[in-house]
Design a protein around this ligand. Sequence first.
Ligand SMILES: *Cc1c(COP(=O)(O)O)cnc(C)c1O
Length: 356
Amino acid sequence: MKKYNFGAGPCVLPREVIEKTANAILDFNGIGLSLAEISHRSKDFKPVMEEAQQLVKEVLDVPEGYSVLFLGGGASLQFCQIPANFLVKKAGYVNTGAWAKKAMKEAKHFGETIEVASSADDNYTYIPKGYAVPSDIDYLHVTTNNTIYGTELHKDIDVPVRLIGDMSSDIFSRPVDVSKYDCIYGGAQKNLSMAGVTFVIVKDDALGNVEREIPTMLDYRTHTKKGSMFNTPPVVPIYTALENLRWLKAQGGVKTMEKRAKERADLLYGEIDRNKLFRGTVKCEEDRSYMNICFVLNDEYADLQDDFFKFATERGMVGIKGHRDVGGFRASCYNAMTIEGVKALVSCMQDYEKKH
Ligand SMILES: *Cc1c(COP(=O)(O)O)cnc(C)c1O
């Protein structure tokens, strides 16, 4: 039976990207050695790092003056690396849920941290809008896609201070106006690669403004100066990222990814809204994520939760259980999710409706 991976992360990757990674681990470029056992400074690996960085710039149309880094530690380490490099006196955060809160918690180690806006009053089912951004904060931090709650900021906002974006779960799913941000970061395992590497796109001249000492590994300048090769980078996930970026470019780039994401999301939200058993958890339609589509059973059918999960699993749907903070179901539709996968889930929902 064909399986469809709706997991929220690590997530589905194009099959050819997995195969190319597998081959590179067995024998890299026909050199008779595995990608996993060669030096990151060798003439064989250096082009991988350089092309991966170049493709990030090309695909996202990154302006001059930015560096692309591939680091370890996940997006969670960035929660502290961001304030270490950018928080002089005071930082502002938009609280759109669990990841935003974790980011804010780490910033507090470095200085005053304020919540500029929040959607906590309605369990993060919308993106705050129309809030005032204080001009005395060093930066505003936003989480552009809220993986757990299924809300997404579909446009890059204008703010009078530095803007920093956690784009872990929507990077490369749409064109981004990178020039609006001083830093964009994320764990790779949602839409770029496998787990183990973190991407950072940072504006070079935004660095060096804090007076406190920054530990060497946490200082972005350590890595921008060394082309992301200060220490041993995670070579295998970087290679997977390279192959995925090549795939993405060949498909038509982020514009194509956005079009496909919208097609998938329209199809699935359409069914959620139509089907008598289900309802979406995000009420504000314009805030609905194209990446993580959250839905629950309507109250009168709530006891079917485990049964529908079993029904869907038996038909090849993998990873659709909702996060415990939201409950119900979450179908994550990252770049490599096919429209066929979404159609299979939709027909699964329709067949289940007929039984009830
Ligand atoms: C998954 C996720 C993270 C955490 O990423 P790690 O790489 O596991 O640390 C942070 N922010 C968002 C929006 C996420 O989806």
